[in-house]
Design a protein around this ligand. Structure first.
Ligand SMILES: Cc1ncc(COP(=O)(O)O)c(C=O)c1O
Ligand SMILES: [Zn+2]
Length: 413
């Protein structure tokens, strides 16, 4: 662990790592970006050294994670396969189309990488009560890590949270509150979380950088793994399902880490993907707007429940990453999201939830628009499991009911 300092992304204020700051004292909703001592990290973090390490969850990359070794708790998150698709790539028109299958994490979404770090930091700083605002995945992940570490987890989720995600939360032992949407453009789960932090001193661990800079560092390990899995050859584009932007911001951070360490010498293009029904960040990128001009989406609507954050808290870093890597943003309509889920499942055997699948049709659209080329190496992140909310894409009644005899079965066939 080689952290040098933290710097507020809004006002530039510098913080000591030993003070374990969470939010900028100026309350400007800047993210306290963690700056590492890359000279020190380079001593042990090399391609060869990393490849020889046994799996230890995200802590395989301990040099560039902001937690002391003895607190590095893990449910063996990460280490997910990078699947070289054959049927899906060919169907879409690509020669080299990969899916990073994050559905295989301990609680079945990529958020485990973030929460492994966020929860470990809570223990390191002596906290007992952790609180989160989330559409469900980050909350169930924090609940699982809290269970294994003996933390008390309080979760604020939207009132229409899926049964799958709510069941995970309840069974991991979190105190769960469904929160009613009352004001357009505001996320009431975030408002409540902020109030519990300021009133009762709970440790905020949402997957939004401005409230907790440590958890941002977890998801960047996705890109360390992708590069290692591709034999350190840099792909052309990374398609990233995006809500608050924390994941895409983490990917950008991970790429910069690898560049600083001298492990890559170019960047893949970063492509955040949002649903058409909630695209504050994607529209801003398409229109070349500054982060400060982004207004929260008044009425976010999509079956991609994990991508419904009205405000992209980490959008500043995503815009920077898209510009620096010559990326772009893409949006997908509801029928395209359903088609993405179907294609991943039917052609590759990967069952993703709607939020986790959006990269598939986004890639197809970018190929048709000529932004991607069929010879490009494309990596799509499949970020969460379809078992979390299967009701979004299939209804039980669609499964044929037949009598237990061959004759009536034949009628269906
Ligand atoms: C499955 C899934 N994919 C992607 C995201 C988007 O991540 P972020 O909010 O960091 O942009 C989420 C967030 O909840 C999610 O649950
Ligand atoms: Zn600040």
């Amino acid at each position: 662990m080689f952290v040098d300092r933290l710097v507020c992304s809004r006002c530039g204020a510098v913080y000591q790592y030993s003070d374990s700051p969470l939010m900028c004292r100026r309350n400007d909703f800047g993210r306290l970006d963690i700056i590492y001592d890359y000279d020190a990290a380079r001593e042990s973090f090399s391609r060869q050294a990393v490849s020889r390490r046994v799996w230890g969850g995200v802590w395989r990359y301990w040099e560039l994670l902001p937690v002391e070794g003895k607190y590095a708790a893990s449910l063996m998150e990460g280490g997910t396969p990078l699947l070289k698709t054959n049927r899906l790539g060919e169907h879409l028109g690509f020669k080299s189309f990969f899916v990073k299958d994050e559905t295989r994490n301990p609680t079945a979404s990529f958020k485990d990488r973030a929460m492994a770090v966020g929860a470990a930091k809570a223990v390191e700083t002596g906290r007992r009560d952790v609180v989160i605002a989330s559409s469900g995945n980050a909350a169930s992940s924090l609940a699982a890590y809290s269970a294994s570490l003996g933390l008390r987890c309080h979760a604020f989720v939207p009132e229409d949270v899926s049964t799958g995600k709510a069941s995970q939360l309840l069974l991991y032992g979190a105190k769960v509150f469904r929160v009613k949407q009352t004001v357009e453009g505001r996320d009431p789960t975030v408002d409540l979380m902020v109030q519990t932090v300021s009133s009762w001193g709970w440790y905020p661990c949402p997957s939004f950088g401005p409230f907790n800079p440590y958890q941002v560092e977890g998801p960047k390990t996705i890109v360390y793994e992708v590069l290692e899995q591709l034999g350190w050859s840099v792909p052309d584009a990374l398609l990233i399902p995006t809500g608050s932007g924390c994941l895409a911001a983490g990917i950008w951070k991970g790429l910069r880490d690898l560049m600083q360490l001298g492990l890559i010498d170019s960047y893949p293009s970063i492509v955040p993907v949002q649903p058409a029904g909630n695209q504050p960040l994607a529209s801003a990128i398409k229109q070349g707007k500054a982060f400060s001009d982004i207004q929260p989406e008044k009425n976010p609507r999509s079956i991609a429940s994990g991508l419904l954050d009205p405000y992209p808290w980490d959008g500043d870093a995503v815009i920077e990453g898209v510009k620096a890597t010559h990326g772009c943003a893409e949006t997908v309509e509801e029928d395209e999201i359903r088609e993405s889920v179907r294609l991943l499942a039917r052609m590759e055997g990967v069952f993703a939830e709607p939020s986790g699948a959006v990269g598939v049709l986004a890639a197809k659209k970018l190929l048709e628009a000529g932004w991607l080329d069929k010879s490009d190496t494309v990596v799509v992140l499949a970020t969460g499991s379809g078992l979390k909310e299967p009701e979004k894409v299939v209804s039980g009644e669609k499964i044929p009911l037949t009598m237990p005899d061959l004759e009536s079965l034949l009628r269906f066939l």
